[in-house]
Every structure is written in structure tokens, then in C-alpha cells.
Design a protein around this ligand. Sequence first.
Ligand code: PLP
Length: 419
Amino acid sequence: MVGSEELYRKAVKLMPAGVSSPVRAIKPYPFYTERACGSRLFDVDGNEYIDYCLAYGPLILGHANPVVKEAILKQVEKGWLYGTPIELEVKFAELIVSLYPGIEMLRFVNTGSEATMAAIRLARGYTGKKGIVKVEGSFHGAHDVVLVKAGSGATTHGTPNSAGVPEEFVKYTYQVPYNDLESLSDLLEKKREEIAAMILEPVMGNSSLILPEKDYLKEVRKVTEENEVLLIFDEVITGFRLSEGGAQQYYGVKPDLTTLGKIAGGGLPIGIYGGKREIMEMISPLGPVYQAGTFSGNPLTLSAGFATVNYLINEKPYKDLEEKTKAIVEGIQPELEKLGYSSNCIASMFGIYFGKEPKNYADALKLDSAKFFKFFSEMLKEGIFLPPSQYETCFVSVAHSEEDIEKTVEAVRTCLRKL
Ligand SMILES: *Cc1c(COP(=O)(O)O)cnc(C)c1O
């Protein structure tokens, strides 16, 4: 078999940095996966890893879960793309509407990015206003409106975070720090006539794991409502992760619009956006807001997603997942604290912080990401694959065993000593 190093040498000539998504460009070269099963990845070099990256969120049941696999194979026998509606669309939509307080109607799309793009357009179309508020350091996919640099401190006008995004395109993207109600209230009071919606990750999962302070989300709901600004929960990570009904069920806060993705596709590409009926009825061909897609609601993705969500409903693994995740954090915290580091978790998400646990993006930027990467590399040698950046979140799956957890805690201790 061709090894990872050689594959990467070829890949860098063919794809920018050799990869299909930037975070995968691990130095000196990424391992190339040959197959995966349960909690494990197996690479082409003969190594085995306990996986806490889990494809950055979708794989709550672990790799190649037999129930999901069977659903996919069953669908494959019947064809995998029709370009017509299917029964499963109706059944899956019905199920999601029953689980998500904020979703009365929805559309299936293909990625989380597509979902947030459509939700933002819809919010603008519905309100007739242009402004969007996002939280500094929150990630909503790689499209223009939300690719805005997070300035620290005060609320600022957006400046693009990527070449190729004209300043004019993000002129209406405002930012506020997470866990900071005062900044949000000030902004909305001044700009309420201009602002269509606020979009946020209820729990931040793309600037390391950052938890909402007590009542923050409830207060955000209150302030947005008072100012007639729509609230969009980007639950692409938290959907089906914090609970069957996502963060909105977990925290008891009902947004106007919701985006889902990742877990909802059971490992195949998906995005979903949904919300209040009155707003959703603005979508074409009922209304004037356009959105469309060749692969939207495709049978294969829906089969995998529907099987996954039904598994979660029937098996109710949330408490068990939370306990496993807590066991990791409690196991590693004493060693981390001795070195001035920290960790925290919620449901089956956990963060290891090389510094103080952050409350917002500005705090997260103070973490020692170089140190984290050293730690990541040491962990890899121990057979543990963490997400390769301080700014990603670690995930635990149904497939992780107690033995996996014990081995992981032991490996963390070993690796911390080597830093
Ligand atoms: C991953 C992610 C997205 C983008 O989803 P893709 O399927 O990668 O396009 C959007 N929002 C959040 C919160 C995410 O974590």
C-alpha cells in the first residue's frame, strides 16, 4: 500500500495544501485513512487511532455503524438519486418538526454552509432588512456573508476574513462578543431598523468549545425579540448532539430559524434549515426568496440521517455519552490544572484548553495553540486522534468504550509530561 507521506507528496501538487478542506493539512503530513470502524480509524501506514475528531461532528454513532450502513445499502438497491420527492423526505421532516420547537417547516439542503446561507437570505427576505449580527469567532460555513474577521473587544463593522470577499459584501455583517449581552443590546438598540437577524452557535464549537453563561441564550432571545430581530440558531454541531432536539431543547430557548447539518446526515452530506411557518412560506415557489439544489433531499443522505436520528430516539444514548465525556474531562483535569491548562465538556463535546477556559473569542485567541499542536502530535503517537487544532471541539461517540476512555486519559497524562 502507498504510505501517507508519499500520498501527501503527490497530493500537494494536485490540490492546494494537498487537501479538500484546510484543517486537514496537518503538519508534516496528514495520515491517510484506509478504513474506519466504531471508535477507530485505521491508516494506510498500519496505525490505529481512537478517534475524537469524528469527522468534525457528524459521527455520533461512531464509524460505520451497522444500523446506518444497512439503511444506506437498502437505499442503494433502489437507486440513489431521483430528482423527485420521496416518502422519506416527508417522514424525516415530520420527525424533525416533532423534535425541534423552533422548526415548523423545513428544507433539506446539502451542507451546513448552504443551510446558513439560505437561512440568512430568508431572514433578509422576510424582514426586508439587510443587517446580520454574528458572534465573533463563530463559524457558519465558508460563504461570503459570514466570513468576517472577529475583531476583539468592541463591536465592529465587518472586515472580510478571506481574500475574494469584497468589503461591500460584509458591510452589513455586525459582530458582538459571545456571552456579552450588553454589546448585543447596545447594537440592537442603535441598529434595530437595519438588522434582519442574529445568527449564533448556541454553544460555540469552532473557536474551541465555549459554553454559554447561565441564561445568556434566554437573554439573547429576549433582546432579539424586543428589537424585532430574528434569531437564527446555527445548530449544525449542537443539533442531535446536545439532545434529540438540539440546544433549543437543552436550554429551552426557541429561535425563529434553525440550521442543522452534520449528525442529521448520518455521515453523508446534509444541511437543513427550518423555522416558523410564516417565515418559511417566503421560500420559492411559495414566496419570493429563492433557494434550490440538485442533490437536496437525496435518498442516500436521508436514509443515513433518518436511521441515525431514529437510533438516537430509540436507544437514548445521551446520558451515557455525557458520562463518558465527563469521565475523560475529570480524568485529565487535575494534570491540566497543574500546568495552568483547563478543560470542560457538555453532552458529548469536550475541549482541552492550553490556557484558561475561554468565555469568548478574544479569550480563545490567548490559548497556546502551538503547545496544543505539540500535544496533538504526541497524542497521535499514542494512538489517539484529536481534532488537529486548538480551535476545534473533541467529540465522543456511542462507539467509544470505557477501555477507550481509560486509554485516552492515560495517554493525555503521558503526553502532558512530554511537552
Ligand atoms: C460545520 C459547520 C457549518 C458548516 O457545515 P458544512 O456542512 O461544513 O458546510 C456551519 N455551522 C456550524 C456551526 C458548523 O459547525
